[in-house]
Write a protein that binds this ligand. Structure first.
Ligand SMILES: [Zn+2]
Length: 376
């Protein structure tokens, strides 16, 4: 199937164009990392096993499979929680369970026709919709989906529709989806996956049963990372990803280099050493969403330093001294204004991915410089 933004399992695996793929803070979809245990990847090659869940998803798995066992599966599930917890892989694993024709104790059998299809990388009754990078899901994708729902399922059983980054549905698409959810055909399961629940219209949310994902205990996350991450400082990686194990796993050396570049430039705006226009010109070719996320994490640290004791724990421990200096010149009010500005910039990128990134960054950096600059 070649309809933009909608794909059967096979098409999806050929062209998995997740908007979150390159984002170190949103790696739900970044499951193809070469360092990752192949059994945990969402991009299993032909002949490999079907997706499985992560150790910290057992509670959610029991809830979801329990619904199937009690014949209480709703039309729509909303998988939500912070990024980096593997919600997307969970959706694939649960889809395999729902589609399996010979379920075993809380897992897909791995041998039936459906499981064999999934292991081969194709299942005609599993449809995935995901936005193009830094783009929204448009009504055409939902219309194309509705057309396929008029056809009967290939197996005569369930059909599963996974909507990745569901918060990227634009208004028209969300309204069309709402109508579809209200009139969903029997034995059709929608799974909406999002780490930005508040951006999904309340009307759509109310049509779904929510499954909430939590980050694991720090000790459990570190234990898992020590088995799966390469030889980086896993404590720092976990801090930078706010405790999300997959976020930490997918931070790569390039990401850390970009982080250093961003914070060094960002902090230099305290004094006349930094120039917003020069920085914006340098950074516009990078992943701007990642840069905005570094701003967010840094700003959160600065807010902690603004309002609490000097000894407060921050994520960017290696920048503690510099952040502390900056916090002394930054008012809480300005920090909150900047938080709004970052949120607006995120939204602008999503609505208009083609917008001028250099101007967007320059505007933010000029504003930021105004908040923290100290005249000499
Ligand atoms: Zn099976």
């Amino acid at each position: 199937m070649t309809i933009p933004s909608i794909a059967t399992t096979q098409d999806h695996k050929k062209s998995c164009h997740s908007r979150e793929g390159g984002n170190p803070f949103s790696p739900d979809t970044g499951l193809a990392n070469s360092r990752m245990d192949p059994r945990l990847r969402g991009d299993d090659k032909e002949g490999e096993r079907i997706p499985s869940i992560f150790p910290w998803q057992v509670e959610q798995w029991n809830i979801a499979t329990g619904m199937v066992e009690r014949n209480r599966l709703p039309h729509a599930l909303l998988l939500t929680g912070m990024s980096g917890l593997g919600k997307q892989q969970f959706s694939k694993a649960f889809s395999a369970f729902v589609l399996c024709q010979s379920k075993e104790m809380k897992k897909a059998c791995g041998h039936c026709r459906s499981c064999v299809w999934l292991k081969a990388g194709f299942h005609p009754d599993e449809i995935t919709i995901s936005p193009l990078p830094e783009s929204s899901i448009k009504i055409d994708s939902i219309r194309a989906l509705v057309d396929t729902l008029h056809e009967t399922s290939m197996q005569g059983g369930w059909r599963v529709i996974i909507i990745e980054s569901a918060h990227a549905l634009n208004l028209n698409a969300a309204n069309a989806l709402l109508k579809t959810l209200e009139e969903a055909p029997a034995r059709t399961l929608f799974m909406l996956v999002t780490n930005q629940l508040q951006r999904l219209p309340a009307t759509v949310r109310s049509r779904c049963q929510t499954v909430l994902f939590h980050k694991p205990k720090r000790s459990d996350a570190l234990a898992w990372l020590s088995d799966h991450a390469a030889s980086h400082d896993i404590e720092l990686l976990l801090d930078l990803s706010d405790g999300a194990p997959l976020g930490a796993l997918h931070l790569k050396e390039n990401d850390l280099a970009l982080r250093k570049k961003v914070y060094d430039g960002w902090l230099a705006l305290r004094t006349s050493r930094g120039n917003p226009s020069t920085l914006a010109a340098e950074w516009q070719s990078q992943n701007v969403t990642d840069i905005l996320n570094y701003f967010l994490v840094g700003l959160r640290d600065l807010l902690r330093l603004c309002v609490t004791a000097v000894t407060v724990e921050i994520v960017n421990k290696d920048y503690h001294a510099d952040f502390l200096k900056t916090a002394k010149t930054l008012s809480k009010k300005d920090a909150l204004h900047f938080l709004d500005a970052i949120t607006d910039a995120h939204r602008a990128l999503l609505i208009a991915p083609g917008l001028n990134k250099q101007l967007l960054l320059e505007d933010l950096l000029i504003r930021w410089g105004g908040y923290i600059h100290v005249s000499r």
